[in-house]
Design a binder for this molecule. Structure first.
Ligand code: 13P
Ligand code: SF4
Length: 353
């Protein structure tokens, strides 16, 4: 039963003591999130993974997050993902063969090494080998929190950016940095030369990989308009993975940690419409009811991250029970040849601040 499962988690944790730390992303379901030692957005969790001394880092989140934990932790530490099928569909939209091909095609158009002109920037929602590609080519990783500073850094290095895999985060960040919308072009990895003419490529300052988050692309400006008509004094807050149109209509745009902090610290009685994953919004709605704050979900339909949802109490109990018996299951281990260059790109990001 559910209750027995919760008890098994608690029992295994007690046995493990400080040997294991449970890191939870804000999108984790409530019956898992309650077991978190530490919570955060991608950036905060990456920093926490780099700082912990626990032997086992049990990551309740998605695959790329556990990879980052493995890359940034010490060699003797073990990163674990309770369900190996918890991926990120956006991260899967930019694979290394397609990125390598794009890089070669850019070189052909320029008649030069693209590294002279472009800084490759990958959102942390990407596979370790893509982070390694960025590390090897003078590039960097960014998250939803630090994207503006990272884009500034990247544009100081070289005049242009190749940004992947999320076109929306790239476009919003470029826009906030004063890059004209027509200077940002979408690179479709399924077409030769991204589906762009050589002139279009040369004219663009930022090439935006054609990737997106299937959860955040469901939110629309019409949902905001309808809500604002009902609650004219309410505030709209959205994640930068939403479309530009949604971000433009929002009062605040930021990471999951930022969304949580902003709503928690808002005055009593305020009303909020939130454009991000349902688990986080439901938790905030429940928590904020005590302060008479109204927290509504932007989606007309239920938008959940199905892969985040795969980490359930059953998988967590099974993982912890094995660890408590000295058996390591579902380890995420990035080969050192990849981890080395991915770490270069991640360390550049952490140094920017
Ligand atoms: P945050 O870094 O803002 O938590 O975002 C991660 C993510 O996957 C959002 O969809
Ligand atoms: Fe990936 Fe979107 Fe899920 Fe975030 S919400 S982990 S970007 S699929």
């Amino acid at each position: 039963s559910d209750e027995a499962c919760q008890e098994r988690i608690v029992a295994a944790r007690t046995k493990l003591g400080s040997e294991a730390v449970i890191l939870c992303h804000h999108y984790q379901r409530a019956d898992v999130y309650r077991h978190a030692d530490l919570t955060g957005d991608s950036l905060k969790l990456a920093r926490l993974a780099a700082q912990t001394d626990a032997r086992y880092i049990v990551f309740c989140g998605v695959h790329f997050m556990a990879e980052v934990a493995d890359i940034l932790s010490k060699p003797q530490q073990v990163a674990i993902l309770p369900d190996l099928s918890a991926g990120c569909s956006m991260a899967d939209m930019a694979d290394l063969p397609k990125v390598t091909r794009a890089w070669r095609e850019l070189g052909e158009v320029l008649g030069d090494d693209p590294e002279q002109t472009y800084t490759p920037v990958t959102y942390i929602n990407s596979a370790a080998d893509l982070k390694a590609f960025c590390g090897q080519h003078g590039g960097i990783v960014c998250t939803s929190t630090n994207a503006p500073q990272i884009v500034d850094w990247a544009l100081k290095e070289r005049p242009k950016l190749l940004f992947f895999p999320d076109q929306h985060l790239g476009r919003w960040t470029g826009y906030k940095r004063g890059i004209a919308l027509e200077k940002m072009k979408v690179w479709d990895p399924d077409l030769p030369y991204g589906g762009l003419t050589p002139e279009a490529i040369r004219d663009a300052e930022i090439l935006l990989w054609k990737g997106h988050c299937s959860v955040h692309q469901m939110f629309t400006p019409q949902q905001i308009d309808r809500w604002k008509a009902k609650y004219p004094d309410g505030f709209v807050i959205a994640h930068p993975e939403c479309s530009l149109e949604v971000c433009l209509k929002s009062d605040y745009v930021g990471s999951t940690e930022f969304i949580q902090k902003t709503i928690r610290e808002a005055p009593r009685g305020t009303k909020w419409l939130v454009g991000t994953e349902l688990n986080l919004v439901s938790r905030l709605a429940e928590e904020m009811a005590a302060e008479e704050k109204v927290v509504h979900f932007m989606g007309g339909v239920v938008c959940m991250c199905s892969t985040m949802q795969r980490i359930d109490p059953q998988h967590l109990a099974w993982t912890l029970a094995n660890l408590a018996n000295g058996v390591v299951v579902n380890r995420i281990q990035v080969p050192e040849s990849v981890a080395h260059w991915a770490r270069v790109a991640l360390d550049r990001m952490l140094a920017v601040g």
